[in-house]
Write a protein that binds this ligand. Structure first.
Ligand SMILES: *Cc1c(COP(=O)(O)O)cnc(C)c1O
Length: 380
């Protein structure tokens, strides 16, 4: 492909920091770079405590362990999301309860949350699609009224805000991803943001294989043992060093993505006026957002497929997602009591994501876009 869908950004400082790790000879988790990254994430997000974890998926899983989600529990989430959001629930033996999305932001429809609550509901799991926040004031107040936790899948959300608060810092906990497809990355990586102090101490234990090793390292106890359930949710220092280089550049990277996002948005306005597509809608309270995704909604699934094929024939990769989780094989297995989710079904079949990465030759992409068979014939 001449123009790929994504090209992971490299700042140029990564090797220098990795060399530092090699020279210092300390490679395991919770080292100097891990701690620097965690402190920086706390500054950026305003969360109580941030911990680096191996992926956004791991952050979601660790979050569910800390929240004590277990068999018989239900967690409310959108079906329009990545498999990891639902897997984190299913891996605890709990049941995902899928609800529909809003037609404007494609986020969880907060007006449908209350009807999905049962005596078994333990948590609401909003996913902030494309780095644009869910209606968090409403979600937080419903959760408060019913005594539920709010656990945010903020995987796409580094440097995205809702009412000037960083996404992932509003509920009890939030998950960030640093997968290479995200704005800031280290190949595979993530962070768990802990906002409720009740979860901070146990997080240290759960991520250290269920031991109180962190206390031991701080000299607070003279030996460490197995005290709770846990796993290895630590990140090696080489990965953390790479991430540190990215975090230093985070504001610049996002600024450049926002420029590209705005260029798409301005250029495509006439096609929206002509009734050929719909552009993303970002509510005022969800700005600034991090320009993680630029998507368009075509009028029919056939039109979406046609535009995608036209672009591919011109060597430009555009992609779609998500196959709604409630209709997927595992969704039908682990969440068998299905409601119809008409907005999810409709929009996911008409959505197309355009290439977006720092360095994208956007004028070239737009030139080809307007000349595709589909738009050329529609505009004639
Ligand atoms: C990327 C992503 C994840 C998973 O993050 P990984 O770091 O790839 O494990 C989870 N949820 C959403 C919404 C994502 O976009």
């Amino acid at each position: 492909m001449k123009i790929p869908f994504n090209k992971p950004y490299v700042t140029g400082r990564e090797m220098e920091y990795i060399r530092t790790v090699v020279e210092n000879g300390r490679f395991a988790g919770n080292g100097e770079f891990s701690q620097k990254c965690a402190r920086r994430l706390e500054e950026i997000t305003g969360c109580r405590k941030a911990v680096l974890v191996p992926s956004g998926t791991a952050a979601l899983e660790m979050m569910m362990v800390l929240a004590g989600i277990g068999p018989g529990d239900e967690v409310i989430l959108p079906s329009f999301t990545f498999s990891s959001t639902a897997n984190a629930v299913v891996l605890r033996g709990a049941t995902p309860v899928f609800i529909d999305i809003r037609p404007d932001t494609l986020n969880m429809d907060e007006t449908l949350v209350e009807a999905a609550i049962t005596p078994r509901t333990r948590a609401i799991l909003p996913v902030h699609y494309a780095g644009v926040g869910c209606e968090m004031d409403t979600i937080m107040s419903i959760a408060g009224k019913h005594g539920l936790l709010v656990l945010e899948d903020a995987a796409q959300c580094i440097l995205s805000y809702y009412k000037n608060r960083h996404l992932g810092s509003l509920g009890q906990m939030g998950a960030l991803s640093f997968h290479e497809t995200k704005n800031i990355h280290c190949g595979e990586g993530g962070a768990l943001l802990i906002n409720d102090p009740a979860f901070v101490e146990r997080a240290e234990i759960v991520m250290e294989k269920g031991t109180d090793r962190s206390k031991f390292f701080r000299g607070e106890i003279d030996k460490y043992t197995w005290v709770d359930v846990g796993s290895s949710y630590l990140v090696n220092e080489i990965t953390a060093a790479f991430l540190w280089a990215q975090l230093e550049e985070a504001e610049n990277i996002v600024k450049r993505r926002r420029e590209l996002w705005n260029q798409y948005h301005d250029a495509l306005a006439p096609l929206e006026s002509a009734g050929l597509l719909r552009r993303p809608i970002v509510p005022e309270e969800c700005t600034p957002h991090n320009a993680h995704i630029y998507y368009i909604l075509l009028n029919t699934p056939q039109a979406r497929d046609e535009v995608m094929a036209d672009l591919k024939s011109q060597d430009i990769r555009a992609v779609f997602h998500y196959i709604p989780l409630d209709t997927a094989l595992a969704g039908r297995t682990y969440a068998p009591e299905r409601e119809q989710l008409p907005v999810t079904a409709d929009l996911s079949a008409r959505l197309l994501r355009l290439p977006l990465f720092v360095g994208l030759p956007i004028s070239e992409v737009l030139g080809i876009f307007f000349k595709t068979h589909f738009f050329a014939k529609s505009l004639r």
